[in-house]
Design a protein around this ligand. Structure first.
Ligand SMILES: Cc1cc2nc3c(=O)[nH]c(=O)nc-3n(C[C@H](O)[C@H](O)[C@H](O)COP(=O)(O)O)c2cc1C
Length: 175
């Protein structure tokens, strides 16, 4: 399967650690690509409607490139830090642009990895899960996993062996 991981963090910290641990557990039978959303040039969706949900975006930036990668992927993993009780702006810019090919985005397998500073029983993880549950319902996505971790300093997650082991084991779900 083609697995696309969208990294929503702009720093080399916990989300990247989580992605690397996840990638380690994915078997070589699959093709895995990680895209750092902060490196993309994606203008915010203006709601112009020119795409009609299948024609692609009129913006002359990385919007179509990243949405086409999502369309082509069998599995999309959204990995994001918590910023203000939600996903990062970098991740949201990409998700908004999914509108331009929404008609081709149905029936994907999806995984979610979230890292926030607060404890994992905090409301923010519920809010983010709720958002992805709604998107998954709308696009008939199969939500394979939702894993939330509490970590603040850039190396906090790397120092949590139980989290790393859990992340490494997620790949087996795809076999
Ligand atoms: C702008 C900003 C907003 C944040 N808001 C929250 C928040 O609402 N809840 C939370 O638990 N952590 C919040 N954090 C902490 C980060 O989620 C946390 O440090 C996380 O480990 C960052 O992931 P990273 O190392 O992959 O960048 C925020 C951090 C920043 C920079």
């Amino acid at each position: 399967m083609k697995i696309l991981v969208l990294n929503g963090s702009p720093r080399k910290g916990n989300t990247l650690t989580a992605i690397n641990a996840f990638a380690k557990g994915v078997s070589d039978n699959h093709e895995l690509e990680v895209v750092d959303t902060y490196k993309l040039k994606v203008a915010p969706c203006t709601g112009c409607g020119a795409c009609q949900c299948y024609k692609g975006c009129v913006a002359k930036d990385d919007s179509n490139m990243i949405v086409d990668k999502i369309v082509e992927a069998d599995v999309v993993v959204f990995a994001t830090p918590v910023y203000w009780w939600g996903i990062t702006a970098q991740m949201k810019l990409v998700i908004d642009k999914c509108y331009c090919k929404g008609a081709y985005l149905k029936n994907k397998k999806v995984g979610i990895i979230v890292v926030g500073g607060a404890n994992t029983n905090d409301k923010q993880y519920e809010l983010i899960k709720g958002q992805f549950d709604c998107i998954s319902g709308y696009l008939s996505w199969d939500l394979l996993f939702y894993n939330a971790y509490s970590a603040t300093k850039t190396d906090d997650l790397a120092n949590c062996q139980s989290a790393i082991k859990e992340l490494e084991s997620l790949g087996a779900i795809l076999d």
